[in-house]
Structure formats: structure tokens, C-alpha cells
Design a binder for this molecule. Sequence first.
Ligand SMILES: NC(=O)c1ccc[n+]([C@@H]2O[C@H](COP(=O)([O-])OP(=O)(O)OC[C@H]3O[C@@H](n4cnc5c(N)ncnc54)[C@H](OP(=O)(O)O)[C@@H]3O)[C@@H](O)[C@H]2O)c1
Length: 346
Amino acid sequence: MEALLCHKLGDPALPTSDPSSPIAVSASHPVPALASPTSVRVRVRATSLNYANYLQILGKYQEKPPLPFIPGSDYSGVVDAVGDAVSSFKVGDRVCSVAALGSFAEFIVADEKDLFLVPEGCDLVAAGALPVAFGTSHVALVHRAQLKSGQVLLVLGAAGGVGLSAVQIGKVCGAVIIAVARGLEKVQFLQSLGVDHVVDSSKENIIESVRNFLKTRRLKGVDVLYDPVGGKLMKDSMKLLNWGANILVIGFASGEIPVIPANIALVKNWTIHGLYWGSYKIHRPYVLNDSLKELLSWLSKGLISIQISHAYRLSEANLAFSALKDRKALGKVMIVMENSSMRSKL
Ligand SMILES: NC(=O)c1ccc[n+]([C@@H]2O[C@H](COP(=O)([O-])OP(=O)(O)OC[C@H]3O[C@@H](n4cnc5c(N)ncnc54)[C@H](OP(=O)(O)O)[C@@H]3O)[C@@H](O)[C@H]2O)c1
């Protein structure tokens, strides 16, 4: 089978012809065998890029697999083979899931308990982008911060993978949404989704812009801060938070880990949630399972939609990583397997 191999650490956005490129497509990688009676082999249709996949190949992610490895986490596809004891799936079923590694390949094997049926009517490529981004935002906003209708949600990095999913889930919850993104294209896109206020971080002061908006709506401040960016944006955002606010620490796309002063958290009664979604699979698997089932039902009802920004073939994975690295993504960047009508939009 075809599989993308990371054979050394480095920048996967480099052209694959560059000798420093850490990734290469192998055309003859062995098809994975069913590992147990409850194993299911899936022919991958689409797999999404998450910032963590990029960091992992760079060697800057908290989980460092031994080399060589096949990167990739969330994916969708069609069941190709099932173990003797599999009871919930049959060959031909459309499924999606998330793996620790290995989805940048034509086939992947998972245990049946880790697979989710993609409802009729849901696009299979789109379903491959749902687990990590929407799963993270759903657990963060609904399970941890318990976002309520009418509360003010501030989303940083709002046009990126997790950011855009937070915007959509915030809307389903009935929150007033303030989104922060860089550049006119992202701002116009977020406005077209009906976001209440968008701050263009390339030219506006976030504190001033948000305070003016809150004043016009007679709102006091931000109730929930969703932060996948960190750095200065997070530091400024803290000045906008209400008494009793929830801070969701999601990631550090800026490369700068912010400091949240404990004395201010005390005085303002803030709750700070560190959230590592992948670890729910080990510590609270039922939360993650219920969350993904709810999201798939929202997707089938049209309450959320998945914005695919760029789609590439496996052999073009370096271009996919470039789109992420260069902050071009409006939603999700995907790898779509063969027979696809979707082409790169770069
Ligand atoms: N905690 C968890 O379980 C979990 C789960 C998924 C993702 N994450 C983390 O969340 C972060 C975002 O992931 P993602 O998949 O949504 O990535 P993404 O699609 O690339 O989005 C990241 C956003 O961050 C903004 N950004 C600000 N400064 C940046 C910089 N210096 N470089 C790159 N982007 C920058 C960009 O928006 P502008 O260009 O508009 O500023 C971009 O849209 C990552 O740190 C990732 O590891 C955490």
C-alpha cells in the first residue's frame, strides 16, 4: 500500500525532492494485518492535518514516536476487513476514528471500540476532519467550560482547525461569539458564518476592538476564552475576562506559552482548564465517545459543517504541511486518497 513515512525529524513542508525533507511516500508498505479478533481494517478515504502532526514531525510535540513512523491521527474510510469477534461493523461500512499514529496511509487497523459509524448523508471526506478539531472544542466548551446560551465566547486562532470548530460549537450553544484571526480573507469568512464580532489581529488592537463591541452590546466582558494560540494574544485577552471566567488552554500555535498570573485568577475567580483531548481516550473514554457521537449527529442534522480549506493527495503532503505552516488554512487541511475529485486549492 501507499503510506507516508517520516524517516527523520525535520520540516515536512520542505519539497520532497529536498534532501532535508523528513517525509517520503512508500509505494510498497505492507498492508497492516488484523491485530486481534476485535480489529477492523479501514481503507482510508481522507485524513486531516492537525498542528500536532506538524509538530510531531518537527520533533516538537509531547509524544515522540520512534523513527520511522507513519504520521496522522484522524481519518475516515470504508471497512475493508473485520476480525472474527467484531460485532458492530461489517465490510463496506463508512467509519471515522482517531489513531495515535498511522492514518497517512491507504489502510489502517483499529479496534472496533475506537470506530464511529458515519451517518448517512454525511460527506465521508468531511468526517475525516471531525474527530480531533471538533472533538477537542466540544469537550472543551461543552464538557469543561459548560458554555451557556448568551455567554460571551472569545476564540483565538478562529479561522484555523480547532478555532473554527470552536466558533461553530459556540453557535450551537447559543453563545455571543467574538473571533480573532489575521487578515481580510479570514475576517470576511468568519463574518459570513454569522460571528458576532471579528477582530483582525493584523491591524486591530484586540483589547480596544473587543471592548468597543462589548459596549455596543451592553455586555460586561468575556465568559469563556478558547485559546489555541497563546503568546501576546492570550496575554491581551486576559484583560477582557469577566469575574468567574473559564480559560481553555488548548495550544500554543504562536510558539509562546503564556503565563496566567495566579493572583489575578484568584481575585477574579477564574477557572483555568488545561485540555489535552487525546488523553481522554485513556482517562475518560466515555466522555470522548459520547462527545464524538453527539458531533456526528450534529453533522448529520446540519448544525455544524466542516470547512475544508485545502485538499491534497498523499504524494503532495508537503504542500498540505505548507498550508498549515504558512497560516493559510481556513478550516481544515486534508489528505484525500486516490479517485478523489477534490484537488488542491492552493
Ligand atoms: N489540546 C488539545 O488537545 C489540542 C487538540 C488539537 C489542537 N491543539 C493545538 O491547537 C493549536 C492549533 O491547532 P490547529 O490544528 O487548529 O492549527 P491551525 O489550523 O494551523 O490553526 C492555528 C491558528 O493559530 C493562529 N496562529 C497564530 N500565531 C501563529 C503562528 N505563529 N503560527 C501558526 N499559527 C498561528 C493562526 O491564525 P491566524 O493566522 O489567523 O493568526 C492559525 O489559524 C496547536 O497548537 C495544536 O497543537 C490542541
